[in-house]
Design a binder for this molecule. Structure first.
Ligand SMILES: C[S@@+](CC[C@H](N)C(=O)[O-])C[C@H]1O[C@@H](n2cnc3c(N)ncnc32)[C@H](O)[C@@H]1O
Length: 500
């Protein structure tokens, strides 16, 4: 490191940090420099200088990395979405493999082998859903992203993460809003309507959701005609339009106040040989190719006689796939709408070995594990006497969702009990971990043991913390990162754990 002036330094980048930024040392502390690459020597300006870390901004790259490439997107560095577009794709994959490995090693204080990150078939144009926000620039309607850090709205005309035809959709929507004089919501004086628009691609259909501060009457027939006309070249032949009302003054996310204003509530989508009905609010993994690879890797881990609990099951797409192979699958999902989609999926495909529970894993999973154990101990006593013994279950949950009178799914001849965990970014909460550990301890008197955990994570830090809690009773068998989000520093990870 060389000090050039009070706030300028020349440093060598030693590594990449969690968010893909360059990491160097400066006056004995860590210096984060966004968009600098490992091995580069840069002249940087210190823009933030805290007691334990500093943040720098590149002024000049004095020695460039052999892996640096010219970013494709004109908004790179500005919009804050893609933090790795300047790094060759193979090196992005190496970065993600190392990130997962180092995070787990650091937090769990163990040495682990991590498989190479599974590449995405498309490293651009892979996203099946994009949400943009409305604003005004010189009195003209714009759509853009809010920069993650500055919170400024960055107007964009195209996004390289979406399909190439996405720019047509953006322009057509802006023209529609402009020509109909629909007012954009103003966060300062709390007037107007439109906050954002979310576009979701499901097969040959697009689902467009306008996010509005209050309910408005949108006449969208011409918009639909225009989109169908312009997009038929790209094999889009169906458009559904929704209005989603978010009447909170300062937020712009999708809520449950949702109206279909053109087309169908759900569109049919066939995947893995199963008929799905997908709505504008249904959670879907954003990268179809990686979703397929990830789900099939999970399926490979399941045997025909397994009893599977799929915790955090969303719209039940993975649970349904697993039910085509396992003996019995129970999905647990907190969002009612997602659970309803999972129920439709189950019925449409006649998956009678699948139960979808609408509930909180924190409550349902410990209860379910406890009930499985009681059931096992009592060796299938009839439902009445079993209920007397399960006096902790008063809400009918056991009867409604786990009525197994003649169902010998969980018995002494049953295969493994496999727990799939796919939590949101925060990871699995302590109560759930406690329940898992409780029924997995070697020397406790629990008869039912979880033999395998399949953990899918979108956050290496919460993953590593959760693994740390599970390591007493489980050992890591396999860790595979998947590149669900190319060009960004985000990574999806699959971990297979076996009971000790
Ligand atoms: C990362 S998504 C996984 C969805 C699904 N496994 C898939 O692949 O489509 C996490 C899901 O967990 C649900 N969720 C969040 N907290 C929950 C909780 N405490 N109990 C049950 N489900 C929860 C969310 O609504 C969301 O659908």
């Amino acid at each position: 490191m060389k000090n050039i002036s009070n706030n300028q330094v020349v440093v060598e980048i030693q590594n990449l940090g969690m968010n893909g930024e360059g990491v160097a040392r400066f006056n004995g502390k860590v210096l984060f420099i966004p968009f600098a690459l490992k091995g580069e020597i840069v002249l940087a300006e210190i823009v933030k200088n805290k007691s334990n870390f500093a943040i720098g901004k590149i002024i000049e790259i004095l020695k460039s990395s052999q892996y640096r490439i010219k970013p494709q997107c004109p908004y790179f560095m500005e919009c804050g979405g893609c933090s790795l577009q300047h790094l060759k794709y193979n090196q992005q994959l190496d970065f993600k493999t190392n990130l997962v490995c180092e995070t787990i090693q650091k937090i769990c204080k163990i040495s682990v082998n991590v498989c190479s990150c599974v590449p995405s078939l498309l490293d651009f144009n892979y996203r099946n859903k994009i949400t943009l926000y409305f604003g005004l620039l010189n009195n003209k309607v714009i759509l853009g992203y809010y920069h993650e850090k500055t919170k400024n709205l960055i107007s964009i005309e195209e996004c390289y993460l979406a399909p190439s035809w996405f720019m047509i959709v953006i322009k057509t929507i802006i023209d529609f809003v402009d020509s109909n004089n629909i007012r954009i919501y103003n966060y300062l004086n709390k007037t107007g309507y439109l906050k954002g628009v979310s576009v979701k691609i499901v097969g040959t259909s697009i689902l467009i959701t306008f996010i509005s501060f209050s309910k408005i009457n949108l006449k969208v027939n011409l918009l639909v005609d225009e989109l169908i006309n312009k997009l038929k070249l790209y094999k889009i032949n169906n458009v559904s339009i929704f209005l989603n009302v978010n009447s909170k003054e300062d937020t712009n996310f999708l809520t449950t106040e949702n109206y279909v204003i053109y087309g169908n509530n759900f569109v049919d989508y066939n995947q893995f040989g199963l008929t799905n009905k997908i709505g504008n609010l249904s959670f879907c993994q954003v990268n179809n190719d990686i979703k397929d690879k990830l789900y099939h890797s999970v399926l490979e881990q399941i045997n025909n006689d397994d009893f599977v609990i799929d915790a955090f099951s969303g719209t039940g797409q993975l649970s349904a796939l697993l039910a085509t192979k396992a003996k019995k699958v129970i999905g647990i999902e907190i969002v009612k709408q997602a659970w309803e989609s999972a129920e439709i999926l189950k019925k449409e495909n006649g998956l009678f070995n699948l139960e979808n529970i609408n509930g909180d894993c924190e409550i349902v999973l410990p209860q379910l594990l406890q009930n499985l154990n009681l059931l096992h101990k009592n060796n299938y006593v009839d439902a009445g006497s079993r209920n007397n013994q399960c006096n902790n279950v008063r809400d009918g949950f056991f009867n409604n969702y786990f009525e197994v009178k003649n169902d010998k799914s969980v018995n002494k001849n049953t295969g493994n009990i496999v727990l799939v965990l796919d939590p949101p970014r925060v990871g699995v909460l302590d109560n759930v971990l406690k329940a898992i550990n409780k029924c997995s301890q070697k020397n406790n008197n629990s008869l039912v043991k979880i033999n395998k955990i399949i953990y899918i994570s979108c956050n290496p830090v919460s993953l590593a913390k959760n693994l740390n809690s599970l390591l007493e009773n489980f050992k890591i068998e396999k860790i595979v990162p998947f590149d669900m989000f190319p060009q960004t520093s985000k990574v999806e990870t699959l971990v297979i754990l076996k009971s000790r």
